[in-house]
Write a protein that binds this ligand. Structure first.
Ligand code: ADE
Ligand code: ZN
Length: 334
C-alpha cells in the first residue's frame, strides 16, 4: 500500500467536528424507523443514498433533520453513538469531541435526558472497552431563536458533568453569531467552553463575530477566512483552530472539487487546521477517507499530515498532559 496512506491509517487521531446525528447510517435509519414505527420517505438503502444529492447546506439539513426523527429512546441514541465509536476504532481515532443537537429532538417531544444519557453511556463504554476518550458538545440550532437556546441551556445544567461545551450549527446565512450573544455569555458564566460553525457558507464577518462576540475557542469550518487578510492574521496570532471538513465542503458545494479546496493554503498561512468528517454517513466517508482523499487531491506531504494530526490534539479540550502524551507518540511515529 502507498506509504502515506499507511501512515494516515496508523497515526492516532482526534476528531473535533462530528455531528452524532450525521453519523446515522442508512442501515440503522431503516432499522430504527421500523422499530419505532416512524414513516420515512425511503423503502431501502439505495433510495436513501440516492436522496443524498445536495446543492448547498440547507438542502442537506432538510434531509438530516427528517432522518433524525427515527431516534426516539435512550437506546437509539446509545446505538447511534456506539456505531460511531466502532467506526472511530477502525479509523484509529483515539479521542473525539462529539456534537449533538438537543433541539432537533426536544422539539419533537423527546426528553433531553434520554438524548444525553444515551450518547454519554456509549462514550463511557467506548473509553472502557475501546480506549477512546470523548467530550460532548451541545449545539444550539441557529435557525431557531435565542430564547429556545436559553431553554436548552437550562436543560443542560443538570448534565454539566457530561457536557464540556456549547456550539452553534444549522443554517448559517441569515443567522449570524451575534444573534446568540447572550446565551453564549451565559454559557461561559456556567463554565461551558464555546465553539461555533462560522465561515462555512457565511462571510468572514461571521467568523469575526464568533471570535469577538461569542468568544469561541475554535471555529468550525472557517474556510471563508481566506477572503480577509486581517482575519487570517487574527486567527494565526491567537492560534484559533479551524475544524475543516473537506468531504463535507465538496458534498455541500462550498468548493466544486477537492482539488479546489483551500485546506493546503490555510496550512501554508500558518493557521491551526484540523481535518474532520462532519456528517460522515452523508458525505461519503469517515476521518481516514477525509485524510486520504485530501492528501491525494492536494498533494499533502508527510509533514502536512503530521501537522494536521498534531493540530487535532493541540486543538482538543484534552488536558495538557494528555495532549502531550499523544503528540509525543506522533513524534515517535513520524
Ligand atoms: N449540522 C450538521 N452538519 C452541519 C454543517 N455542516 N453545518 C451546519 N450545521 C450542521
Ligand atoms: Zn458541522
Amino acid at each position: 500500500m502507498n506509504e502515506i496512506v499507511e501512515l494516515i491509517k496508523k497515526l492516532p487521531k482526534a476528531e473535533l467536528h462530528l455531528h452524532i446525528e450525521g453519523s446515522l447510517e442508512p442501515e440503522l435509519m431503516l432499522k430504527l424507523a421500523k422499530k419505532n414505527k416512524i414513516k420515512i420517505p425511503y423503502k431501502n438503502i439505495d433510495e436513501i443514498k440516492n436522496a443524498y444529492n445536495f446543492h448547498n447546506l440547507q438542502s442537506f439539513l432538510d434531509i438530516y433533520y427528517q432522518a433524525a426523527k427515527v431516534l426516539i429512546d435512550e437506546q437509539d441514541f446509545f446505538d447511534l453513538t456506539w456505531a460511531y465509536m466502532l467506526k472511530s476504532k477502525e479509523n484509529n481515532i483515539v479521542h473525539t469531541e462529539i456534537f449533538f443537537d438537543p433541539q432537533t429532538h426536544t422539539d419533537r417531544g423527546i426528553k433531553f435526558d434520554h438524548v444525553i444519557n444515551g450518547i454519554h453511556s456509549a462514550t463511557f463504554k467506548a473509553e472502557k472497552e475501546l480506549g477512546i476518550t470523548s467530550k460532548i458538545i451541545m449545539c444550539f440550532l441557529r435557525h431557531l431563536d435565542e430564547h429556545s437556546a436559553f431553554k436548552t441551556l437550562e436543560q443542560a445544567l443538570v448534565h454539566k458533568n457530561k457536557i464540556i461545551g456549547v456550539g452553534l450549527d444549522s443554517s448559517e446565512v441569515g443567522n449570524p453569531p451575534k444573534k446568540f450573544k447572550n446565551v453564549f455569555s451565559k454559557s461561559i458564566e456556567e463554565n461551558f467552553l464555546t465553539v461555533a460553525h462560522a465561515g462555512e457558507e457565511g462571510s468572514p464577518e461571521y467568523i469575526w463575530e464568533a471570535l469577538d462576540i461569542l468568544k469561541v475557542k475554535r471555529i468550525d469550518h472557517g474556510v471563508q477566512c481566506l477572503k480577509d487578510e486581517k482575519l487570517i492574521q487574527r486567527l494565526r496570532n491567537d492560534e484559533i483552530p479551524l475544524t475543516v471538513c473537506p468531504l463535507s465542503n465538496i458534498k455541500l458545494k462550498v468548493f466544486e472539487k477537492l482539488q479546489d479546496h483551500t485546506l493546503k493554503k490555510l496550512l501554508n498561512k500558518g493557521l491551526t487546521v484540523t481535518i474532520n468528517s462532519d456528517d460522515p454517513a452523508y458525505f461519503g466517508g469517515y476521518l481516514n477517507t477525509n485524510f486520504i482523499e485530501s492528501q491525494m487531491a492536494l498533494d499533502l506531504h508527510k509533514e502536512d499530515i503530521k501537522t494536521l494530526v498534531i493540530n487535532s490534539f493541540k486543538s482538543s479540550f484534552l488536558s495538557e498532559k494528555k495532549k502531550k502524551k499523544w503528540i509525543d507518540q506522533i513524534n515517535n511515529l513520524v
